[in-house]
Design a protein around this ligand. Sequence first.
Ligand code: FEO
Length: 134
Amino acid sequence: MSLFKWNDGFLVGNPEIDAQHKRLFQLADQLHDAMTAGKAKETLSQTLASLIGYTRVHFASEERLMQKHAYPDYAVHKAEHDKLTAKVLDFQKDFNAGRSVMTIDLMQFLKNWLANHIGQTDKKVAAHIKQKAA
Ligand code: FEO
């Protein structure tokens, strides 16, 4: 069973952010599938790179939105993005060098991070943007 099954409880109410989150779930799901299917390291490495690449695109896009709408907790939110980015880039370096393996614990960590971050931190951004537009 997939860890990264989208459900509408993750919707934050901003179409741009929601579409990007859905795509993140799809990419994370592909990585989870590749891992559980025992795919070769090269495949895992490429799938991981796609997920990390899109995560960075998404974070940058969300940060632009926060700045555009003068979001007051921008710095705290960006720090959460930066911390996760640093962690996954470290993992990617170790994985590609053969010093780390892909584990279900890592997948579970990502799932929990996404669920918590989207459910709490991102929802506040969407609410702020909606309030500003009203
Ligand atoms: Fe959707 Fe703050 O990441």
